[in-house]
Design a protein around this ligand. Sequence first.
Ligand code: MD6
Ligand code: FE
Length: 208
Amino acid sequence: MPMETEKRPAAQKIRGFLHYPGWLSPPEQRALRDDLRGVVAAAPLFSPMTPYGKEMSVRMTSAGRFGWVSDRRGYRYSETHPNGSPWPAIPPSILAIWRAVSESARDPECCLINFYSEGAKMGLHQDRDEADFGHPVVSISLGDDGLFRIGNKTRGGKTESLWLRSGDVMVMEGDARLLYHGIDRIAPGTSTLLPKGGRINITLRVVT
Ligand code: MD6
Ligand code: FE
């Protein structure tokens, strides 16, 4: 079924982020979940160490040419999983979402998969390790709801929050590209998509 011809929800703008609530139908969410099982089988989830020597509460893995890793050398893109293997290819179902919502002429080179179990969160951060901020960052949420907070171009100041639900897509581009953002918490038991619960967030980026 060609995604482009289907009826898709309109974007809601929040601080320049484009939020598409329910972009993916429930059957599309299940298909994407199953595609991710193949990625995780090839590139197992791991718990990254922050450069400060603390284990992150989120578990992660990647697909594409580059993956995101973090250890005592710092946060960086890497062409290999911590186990030394190259990352698996980005599933076509994920590339189709990028092509539908992003105006980028290029395909993403990194597909980062973050898994949040109950109690996991992600501190306020900027996504600024890519070579060209003219390309957007696209995110896809699956599973339990996550409370997403958006701040400013520098740390501090007023913030706004919204719940990201299973099937939602977010696009961070233009003036919003360098805003601080993070996940305060997830709401366990709000989705039945993942048999053991939790939340998955996928972010797509052009790196080079
Ligand atoms: C998350 N998302 O939703 C974390 N980054 O779990 C992000 O850090 C993010 O949603 C850039 C653009 C969109 C995002
Ligand atoms: Fe981010």
